[in-house]
Design a protein. Structure first.
Length: 216
């Protein structure tokens, strides 16, 4: 039995030794890992305090070689889900949604990430005058995401779309809708599926606490 315990502890220490820095949750899981090349890896929880009148928040997601990847979730400091973002190559990519602390959708954005490892990137862009017809566009990579697709602004009370904007590779297109008058008889839109799922899974769950496991 002692030998088994010793081997288990040895394996655990070897696992932690590959990280220059990390944090431990109450369950013994590692978060906020930094490898020996000072690159962020794996699951991270990043907290931003209130600053100059702007409310603080936390974001949770995955880093791969110091770049954000996949889905990231944003929470108010009270634990409310206020945003869902998607990343590729460390930049926003695809649909990003933002909510009020009450769970109402207030903004939807669409982004196109460019590969930072290339000086130029080749993208397929739909022709604005012909649906389902695409053309190849070569874009100079300036190390950022481009606004690309529809942006929708919602009335948090009625759930109605107040304004839409359409972007193609960072350029705002003409013909965007102006503010839409609210219709009293229209019922408010239900909370998005992601918000309902989050509330169901996290009902009564406490916020994660973790210990500093720095080896410095």
């Amino acid at each position: 039995m002692r030998i088994l315990i010793f081997l288990f502890l040895l394996c655990s220490l070897q696992g932690f030794s590959q990280w220059k820095d990390y944090k431990l949750t109450e369950n013994g899981d590692t978060l906020n890992r930094v490898d020996m090349q000072d690159r962020k890896q794996g699951e991270w929880v990043v907290r931003y305090e209130n600053l100059r009148g702007e409310p603080g928040y936390e974001e949770e997601g995955v880093f791969v070689n110091d770049r954000k990847k996949g889905e990231w979730r944003l929470f108010s400091l009270m634990g409310d889900l206020i945003g869902i973002e998607h990343y590729r190559w460390g930049f926003k990519d695809g649909l990003c949604q933002y909510f009020t602390t009450g769970g109402s959708l207030r903004l939807e954005q669409n982004w196109k990430a460019l590969n930072p490892d290339k000086s130029y990137d080749t993208l397929m862009v739909e022709d604005v005058d012909r649906l389902n017809v695409y053309r190849e566009v070569v874009v100079k990579n300036e190390g950022a995401s481009l606004k690309h697709g529809e942006w929708k602004y919602y009335d948090a009370v009625t759930g109605m779309i107040m304004k839409t904007e359409n972007y193609v590779l960072g350029k705002l297109q003409s013909g965007n809708s102006a503010a839409i008058a609210a219709e009293p008889e229209k019922k408010p839109v239900e909370k998005p599926r992601e918000v309902l799922e989050f509330e169901r899974k996290n009902a009564g769950k406490k916020k994660i606490r973790y210990q500093d496991g720095s080896t410095n």
